[in-house]
Structure formats: C-alpha cells, structure tokens
Design a protein around this ligand. Structure first.
Ligand SMILES: NC(=O)c1ccc[n+]([C@@H]2O[C@H](COP(=O)([O-])OP(=O)(O)OC[C@H]3O[C@@H](n4cnc5c(N)ncnc54)[C@H](OP(=O)(O)O)[C@@H]3O)[C@@H](O)[C@H]2O)c1
Length: 266
C-alpha cells in the first residue's frame, strides 16, 4: 500500500482526503497541520493519522502532497530538507509556487510535480492539472495521475501554463457558483420557487457540461442545436451578448491568471 503524506490538511487537503477515501483507493494517508488543535480536529473529522511533525511525515511517506498556503511553503520545506532524499516525490498544489522554487527549498534531491486541483475533488469531480518539474520520470507522473485520478479528471501541461490553469479550473468553481446563483435568481424573477430554480440552474450546467465532454463537439455547435430560428433561445443569447458575457468570463480568467503571476512576484 502506497503511503501518502499530506503537509497541511486544510480545506484543499481535506477535499483530497475525502475524495481519495470515497474512491476507496489503496493508499494509506497521514497528514500534518501547524497546530496540535487542528490536527486533533482533522483526525476526528477524517479518521486520518494527523500530527504536527513534518519531519516524521517525511520519514514515513515517499509521496508528500504539499497543501499549505503559498507563503508558508519555503519555511515548511527548508525545515524538512535534510530529511528529503531521491526516494521522495513532492506534489505541490500551492498556487503560483514553481517546481524550481520547491526544488531549491527542499534540498534539490527529490522529484517535484506542480499540481493544480479544484474543490469538486471533494465529490470526485475534480479537475487536476499536472506539470512536471526537476527529476520527474514518467513513473512519477503516472503515480500522480493515479492519486489525483481518484478525485476526478487529470491533464498535463507545461509548467509555463500553470498560472492560466489556476485562473481557469483552479478558481473556476467560484465563477460557476456565481453563475448558478444568478440563474437561480433569474428563476425566482420569472416565478419559480427558489429550490426548483437552483435545481434547474445546477442540473442545466451539469447536463450541458456532460454534453461537451461526452459528445466532444465544439460548444458553439451544441449551442446552435438548441437555437431555433426566431425561437426563445436566440433572444436569451442576444441578452447575453449585450451583457458581454463572453468578454466578462475571459476577463475573469485573465485577471486570476495575472494575480497568480503577481503572487510569485513576476
Ligand atoms: N482552495 C482551493 O480551491 C485551492 C485550489 C487549488 C489549490 N489550492 C492551494 O491549496 C493550498 C492550501 O489552500 P487551502 O485553502 O486548503 O488552505 P488552508 O485551509 O488555510 O489550509 C492550510 C493548512 O496548512 C496547515 N499548515 C500551515 N503551516 C503548516 C506547517 N508548518 N506544517 C503543517 N501544516 C501547516 C494549516 O494548519 P493550521 O490549521 O493548524 O494552521 C492548514 O491545515 C494553497 O497553497 C492553495 O494555493 C487551493
């Protein structure tokens, strides 16, 4: 059984643990937090061995998933660098921290993969993007895909694209919740009960998303299928164009991407 250590079991670490547990994958999990109190709480909530000793975690586990806040990464890694060897694989989910920074702070001996998951990992519908860093071989990437594959879909990109990934799929769930909330308000505006409106909104997004993924057609072709001449949909689409929906969504992703770049000081 592969032993996986999670350094910093906060919101995202917890989503991963819940996802991995519900996928009944054959991994043994151990985790750390900064404070003993948080470790006790996480153990109670998740049933995972949890403590505050990162050196022990590095001794116990070959695979370390780094889930602390970006500004905490350097201190955490330099404190355990002496314990890290070529047997270790570090999977960092920390936004905007590069594999080269991680490699430097961790002593330069282990393989490093940068990973950007998103919170639907909690229900095994995550989108995780991986970028290979120093000393990574295909066996490392395969293992990382297996681990994150338990909580959703995975894709690989060059590391230079990871800020864009952060801006799109990393932050994306928040944009989509806002869209669902707006659709729900719209439903209420046209007379639907709130609960029904939210169901219609969320299931419509889910169904349309699955059409894109399963049929593999261009979204514009699927949109054309729904849009009959002089029908209702074209009027709705026109309102969306007047409100610059597409430009607004593009700006949202670009703004989040630029923020990810700035966090690193680029
Ligand atoms: N949230 C998202 O949607 C998302 C998506 C993709 C990537 N990420 C990335 O995921 C990372 C974590 O985000 P989050 O929202 O999960 O943050 P969070 O909830 O604040 O969790 C951070 C965790 O790190 C622990 N920690 C801090 N210092 C530590 C140390 N020295 N040793 C061990 N554990 C330590 C904290 O423990 P205490 O509670 O004891 O302080 C806490 O459990 C970030 O780097 C973020 O960029 C987040």
């Amino acid at each position: 059984m592969k032993k996986i250590g999670i350094i910093g079991i906060g919101k995202m670490g917890e989503a991963l643990v819940r996802g991995i547990h519900s996928a009944q994958a054959d991994y043994s999990l151990e985790a750390t937090t900064r404070t003993a109190e948080a470790a006790k709480e996480a153990h109670k909530r998740l049933g995972v061995k949890c403590h505050t000793d990162n050196l022990k975690l590095a001794q116990d586990c070959d695979v370390l998933i780094l889930c602390v806040k970006p500004h905490q990464v350097e201190a955490v890694l330099t404190a355990i660098a002496g314990q890290l060897t070529s047997r270790h694989l570090i999977l960092s989910i920390c936004a905007s921290i590069t594999t080269s920074q991680i490699s430097t702070w961790s002593g330069g001996k282990c393989a490093v993969i940068r990973v950007m998951p998103n919170t639907p990992a909690l229900i095994n519908e995550g989108m995780t993007v991986l970028a290979a860093g120093p000393r990574v071989e295909s066996r490392h990437l395969n293992l990382a895909e297996q681990i994150f594959g338990t909580v959703g879909k995975t894709a690989r990109v060059e590391e230079s694209l990871m800020d864009g990934v952060t801006g799109l799929s990393g932050c994306g769930p928040a944009y989509v919740y806002m869209i669902i909330e707006a659709f729900s308000e719209a439903g209420v505006k046209v007379g639907l009960p709130r609960k029904t409106a939210t169901l219609l909104a969320a299931q419509t997004l889910l169904g349309a998303s699955r059409m894109v993924l399963e049929r593999g057609e261009h979204p514009a072709a699927l949109k054309d299928e729904v849009t009959t001449p002089a029908g209702c949909t074209i009027d709705g689409l026109m309102a969306l164009e007047e409100g610059a929906l597409r430009a607004t969504l593009i700006r949202a992703v670009v703004a989040a991407t630029e923020r990810s770049q700035k966090l690193r000081g680029n």
